[in-house]
Design a protein around this ligand. Structure first.
Ligand SMILES: Nc1ncnc2c1ncn2[C@@H]1O[C@H](COP(=O)(O)OP(=O)(O)O)[C@@H](O)[C@H]1O
Ligand SMILES: O=c1ccn([C@@H]2O[C@H](COP(=O)(O)OP(=O)(O)O)[C@@H](O)[C@H]2O)c(=O)[nH]1
Length: 280
């Protein structure tokens, strides 16, 4: 444990210099990133005061990764992911966060609504937040719109800020973060910016042909620019190449609670709620 803590502190010092070097190169973006940090609720993170840039996010995330891993390793030792259905101990220093992952159309949103009703979680869909942001007339709205249509992953600086703002605005302590993190950069940025990792990942496992049928059905009424066959194919590719490695990463940490979502909604929920027994 001491070794891990030392490694984390060393990485943190390295992170701080990286962030400072970065700040010198991109002051405007860091200012935006700091706004995101200020919106977050974790004091240790606010004290660090660093930011991400849309343009440089990928390179920067790579520089941050050792810290994220060190902090994660430390967190794991201090607060293990726990057995099925276990809740974090009371007095936890951070909110309860469950990342809800699964392919497009796997049924994440549908099941999140059920969990909200029964277990008092707040449901934050990263996709819904991005779609609202895109329609809000924001400066980067066009970029977000284009990326969603093409099934690409919006830079973390945008998504993490939207999520942390929404969490803060809710004033609540239990969150289902639906459809995020979608790649390694998202995951690293979350952990560094929020200052803590998720409690566990709820993963909906569904075959691609089933998801495709559902999405085409949803597309008849959703009005979404990406519920069409061309965008759906791109989203599947992004899911396999970028998002599944995140699920695999958490599986390696024994943090994934998996549900077969190729069943009726009621059957899926019967399995899903078993993972939340500790939150009644
Ligand atoms: N278990 C299920 N069986 C059949 N249809 C489903 C099931 N779960 C969700 N759906 C439908 O499939 C579509 C995609 O579900 P949704 O919850 O929006 O998925 P996601 O949030 O993973 O993209 C919606 O039209 C929804 O009503
Ligand atoms: O953290 C996120 C969540 C969503 N998206 C974008 O929003 C789209 C729709 O995501 P959502 O979760 O709403 O729908 P799903 O693909 O799961 O049906 C994705 O394809 C991405 O383009 C993103 O970039 N980052």
């Amino acid at each position: 444990m001491r070794q891990v803590a030392r490694a984390a502190r060393a990485s943190e010092r390295a992170l701080y210099s990286t962030a400072r070097a970065y700040e010198a190169r991109a002051p405007l973006v860091v200012a935006e990133g700091n706004a995101a940090v200020a919106a977050g609720s974790h004091p240790a993170v606010a004290a660090r005061g660093f930011g991400f840039a849309a343009a440089g996010a990928f390179a920067t995330a790579a520089a941050f990764t050792p810290t994220a891993v060190a902090l994660c390793a430390e967190g794991e030792e201090a607060a293990p992911a726990g057995a099925e259905g276990s809740a974090p101990s009371s007095g936890s220093a951070h909110p309860t966060v469950v990342f809800v992952l699964g392919g497009p159309g796997a049924g994440k949103g549908t099941q999140c609504s059920n969990i909200v009703n029964d277990f008092g979680f707040v449901h934050l869909s990263a996709g819904d937040l991005l779609r609202a942001h895109m329609k809000s007339g924001s400066e980067d709205g066009n970029m977000v719109a284009e990326m969603i249509k093409n099934g690409q992953i919006v830079p973390s600086v945008v998504t993490v800020r939207l999520l942390l703002d929404a969490m803060k605005a809710s004033g609540k302590e239990r969150f289902l973060i639906d459809g995020f993190p979608r790649n390694k950069e998202n995951r690293d940025a979350w952990e560094v910016t929020a200052g803590y990792d998720c409690d566990f990942v709820l993963f909906f496992d569904c075959p691609e042909d089933v998801m495709e049928r559902r999405l085409l059905g949803r597309g008849e009424t959703s009005g979404r620019t990406d519920d069409n066959i061309e965008s759906i194919k791109k989203r599947f590719k992004t899911f396999v190449e970028s998002s599944m490695p995140v699920v695999d990463y958490y599986a390696g940490l024994k943090k994934v609670r998996s549900v077969n979502s190729d069943q009726s909604p009621d059957e899926v929920y019967a399995q899903t709620k078993g993972h939340f027994a500790a939150f009644v």
